[in-house]
Ligand binder design. Structure first.
Ligand SMILES: C[S@@+](CC[C@H](N)C(=O)[O-])C[C@H]1O[C@@H](n2cnc3c(N)ncnc32)[C@H](O)[C@@H]1O
Length: 831
């Protein structure tokens, strides 16, 4: 076992003198060291005052939690008299038999109430009586916020602002609320109805006063978890003026402090803060000069979707004191330093823990990712993911200034090893990835505008610039301490000409469905910036005029199996929902389309001429081509075989085997770049014949809307191939414009928008599926495999495109399907 760090020993000794055991001290000390970036000085100051306070707060938070639980349990059982009696006994017990920590704490707290933890925020309207040792300043209360426009409630305004260094008292703590609620919250400790996920995070305010005039790093103690995290009081994060922020004192530019100037907390960066004045460029005005652009910009759901997914959901954050074990923070300084920090709960680390080597760590993570996430690319790299994160952060943050900046130097760096010497058994800590942002702009004196940027000659000219094996330029001009990294460095030099479309795409690498499908839909790693911009929707949505009637009243008894229960497929006689498919269900119990039915569908699609075609009296397609003047005769629409699935009004269960398409995508799919056809879709797993892959989802347009849209679209705008829902068009009556429907996935769509066409022998066939409507006017278009499809095979369907129809508003492409039956190849070149 390595010798223990003497400072650790000393700290344990000092705590032992106070009757605090090592096992209580250890997690707190570890967290503090992490919070202070291994700077012992503030911890050792004033005979470990910070440490003692943090231990007290942990104790109290735990006791408070237990007490609340006990009270809730007891209250349910006792009548009022018993409650009063019990409270008296409890008070007595607390007074007489308080634990050493509690007694110590009371020495400071002449106002301490009976209820544990009353040191927390007082209600706004109650004046706070301060003990004489009330601290000079109080950190603002900040909050992990949801996407709403929640405002923050701070108690700080009601507290004394008198100067002078004071010992920390129970009343000197404020509470950070983490909430996903859209309501403002003022946490009153007397309340027992505080939801668990709003467990307070306690901030020893002295950290603020100590750092007055500089950016403040407040260690936040997540009660009950023995965890601290660094938190900067920034207006971009806390929407109320921070009382401990430097109001008069400008930023010193003291890089040695190396404090984050802005922090994006998971799901917290709804930076458009109505309480903060803005200058004409939309940035925050006022005395806080250091908030970075990325935080001053309005955050959209899409913008941060990748971060959100990779970080935490609101509920994750709010349940921090329970199951949550990790948190991601991104911090940026005005000097262009960005620090991505992952905090993990290390409470289970034993005393023998040794910091592993960086190479071992990276290797292990990569192995795990390859196994766990079915990543098939053996070149997958953790460093690449971290680099991507840095790039995304830069690109997001640089949106407003990208015109004036030519290059960005991204330099993620893992300094885990150099920062955490292995001989200190207590110190684990976050991985830091640092990068510098550099432009050819002159250095700005106005720190309130943009982060300062350093002039950068072309990377190749930069003194100390070296090209690594990948041709990436690694710059070290010796001007900053961070560039003296002894660890691995990655440098990427890239143009900042990134459009918002590309930014959105960058966010979708890990799941282009943004969590809206049951499975993740990944994007192949290559060329991620080129993915077309579109909104992922998992279900069709009406664009504007389409007439679709979903009402339950339309589903009569003869359209649903209300007397069924359980699984319709297992009943002896098929129910009414099977009538559509000839009183036989279309699906097998494995959820596959039955072979016989499937083969018929394939055959009809492959040779429509051979099969029956409807002819409309007045074809909506021709009508939209030619207007109302001369409507050409209908060229025919394929007669289609429908599947009818059970639905809400049916009596069967949700897991009934006659519900396949409505359950959504279940197989692992990936969008990838094909040769000659743009993006395509492939399966990452073997699929049997008849398997449901996905449905074609898009905007439901009227046929007229589609043609109007296509004709107005700028030249060169690529439309994903729209589909007509024309199965019903051949019915007796003439369809009105709003009744002739189609689907367009160009702007809103699902993964099907990436499926390419293959003439004749495609491995998927589209089958119309009736779910929530009793007729064929509106339906779902679902793709099923026509044969076994091996993992990594591209998925294709035959668009039914007539390459000779030059009048079709959606222009045909030059087909590169590669099929030996390709209809486009046979087309005479003159056409
Ligand atoms: C539904 S999208 C498919 C996804 C598309 N490849 C992309 O990159 O977004 C249809 C478009 O893909 C292209 N495409 C599809 N199948 C093709 C094929 N067999 N040969 C050439 N281009 C094809 C055409 O540009 C077509 O308009």
């Amino acid at each position: 076992m390595a010798p223990r760090n003497p400072r650790v020993t000393k700290a344990f000794g000092a705590m032992k003198d106070l009757g605090i055991t090592e096992d209580k001290v250890k997690p707190i000390l570890k967290s503090l060291l992490k919070a202070y970036d291994k700077n012992w000085a503030p911890i050792e100051e004033e005979n470990y005052r910070v440490l003692i306070e943090a231990i007290f707060e942990n104790e109290e938070a735990e006791a408070s939690k237990n007490k609340q639980m006990d009270n809730t349990n007891n209250m349910n059982k006792m009548d009022i008299a018993e409650r009063e009696q019990a409270l008296e006994v409890e008070d007595l017990h607390h007074d007489e038999a308080g634990r050493p920590l509690k007694r110590l704490r009371l020495k400071y707290a002449d106002q301490a109430s009976n209820s544990v933890g009353t040191s927390l925020v007082k209600p706004k309207d109650e004046p706070v009586e301060l003990p004489e040792f009330q601290p000079q300043e109080v950190c603002s209360v900040s909050s992990i916020r949801g996407n709403g426009d929640e405002s923050l409630q701070s108690s700080s305004h009601s507290l004394d602002k008198s100067k002078g260094k004071q010992p920390v008292s129970p009343n000197s703590f404020t509470v950070q609320e983490r909430t996903s609620n859209s309501q403002s919250l003022s946490l009153d400790k007397s309340r027992t109805d505080i939801p668990k996920e709003m467990d307070p995070v306690i901030v020893p305010h002295q950290m603020c006063s100590r750092n007055k005039g500089k950016e403040t790093l407040s260690p936040r103690f997540a009660s009950g978890e023995g965890r601290l995290e660094l938190k900067k009081s920034s207006p971009a994060v806390s929407s109320q003026r921070n009382d401990c922020e430097p109001k008069e004192e400008p930023f010193t530019g003291d890089i040695s402090e190396c404090l984050p100037l802005a922090v994006i907390h998971p799901e917290s960066s709804n930076a458009e803060d109505s309480t903060m004045p803005k200058n004409s460029s939309g940035r925050q005005n006022g005395a806080e000069p250091l908030a970075l652009e990325p935080l001053a910009r309005k955050r959209t759901n899409d913008d941060f979707s990748a971060f959100s997914r990779e970080t935490k959901t609101n509920s994750d954050v709010t349940s921090i004191t329970d199951e949550s074990t990790s948190q991601l923070q991104v911090a940026a300084s005005a000097l262009g330093e960005v620090n991505i920090s992952v905090s993990c709960n290390m409470s289970s680390l034993g005393p023998d823990f040794r910091t592993p080597s960086l190479d071992d760590l990276v290797k292990m993570v990569e192995d795990r990712c390859l196994r766990t996430y079915k990543i098939l690319d053996k070149n997958f790299s953790v460093m690449k993911i971290m680099k991507d994160m840095c790039e995304c952060f830069v690109e997001l943050g640089s949106e407003s200034c990208h015109e004036s900046e030519k290059t960005v130097q991204v330099k993620p760096r893992i300094d885990l090893l150099s920062k955490f010497p292995s001989q200190d058994p207590l110190v684990g800590g976050p991985m830091h990835f640092d990068y510098r942002r550099v432009s050819d702009n002159a250095q700005s004196d106005n720190v309130g505008d943009l982060p300062k940027v350093l002039p950068l000659p072309s990377p190749d000219d930069t003194p100390g610039a070296e090209k690594d094996a990948n041709g990436e330029v690694n710059v070290d001009n010796g001007q900053n301490e961070l560039s003296e990294a002894t660890c691995k460095s990655l440098v990427v030099v890239r143009q900042l000409e990134v459009t918002p479309d590309q930014i959105q795409s960058l966010h979708d690498v890990f799941d282009i469905s943004k969590g809206q499908e049951r499975v993740k839909i990944t994007l192949d790693r290559g060329n991620i910036a080129c993915l077309p911009s579109f909104h992922y929707i998992p279900q069709n949505a009406v664009f504007q005029n389409a007439y679709i009637n979903f009402s339950l009243a339309r589903i009569g008894d003869d359209n649903c199996c209300s007397s069924c229960f359980g699984d319709c497929l297992s009943s002896a006689t098929p129910c009414v929902c099977a009538i559509e498919t000839g009183t036989k269900f279309a699906y097998t119990s494995e959820g596959l389309v039955k072979e016989e039915f499937l083969d018929e569908c394939i055959s009809m699609n492959r040779d429509p001429k051979k099969h029956c075609q409807y002819l409309c009296k007045e074809c909506p397609l021709e009508r939209s081509k030619n207007g109302d003047d001369v409507v050409e005769p209908c060229k025919g629409h394929l007669v289609r075989k429908f599947i009818k699935e059970c639905w809400w009004k049916c009596g069967c269960s949700k897991s009934c085997g006659n519900r396949v398409v409505q359950r959504g995508i279940t197989h692992q799919l990936q969008v990838f770049m094909t040769e000659g056809k743009g993006w395509g879709l492939r399966t990452l797993e073997d699929l049997p014949k008849g398997a449901f892959v996905c449905e074609y989802v898009g905007e439901i347009l009227t046929n007229a809307e589609l043609f109007d849209r296509v004709s107005r679209s700028p030249k060169g705008e690529v439309h994903s191939y729209p589909v007509l829902l024309d199965a019903d068009w051949g019915c007796e009556r003439v369809l009105k414009d709003e009744e002739a429907l189609c689907l367009d996935a160009t702007f809103y769509g699902n993964v099907a928008r990436f499926i390419n066409h293959r003439c004749f022998d495609s491995n998927m066939v589209e089958i119309p599926v009736e779910i929530e409507t009793p007729d064929h006017h509106y339906y779902h278009l679902a793709f099923f495999t026509t044969r076994e499809v091996r993992a990594m095979e591209e998925l294709t369907w035959d668009y039914g495109i007539d390459f000779d129809d030059v009048e079709h508003p959606v222009k045909a492409f030059r087909c590169h399907c590669g099929s030996r039956f390709c209809r486009n190849i046979r087309r005479p070149s003159s056409k």
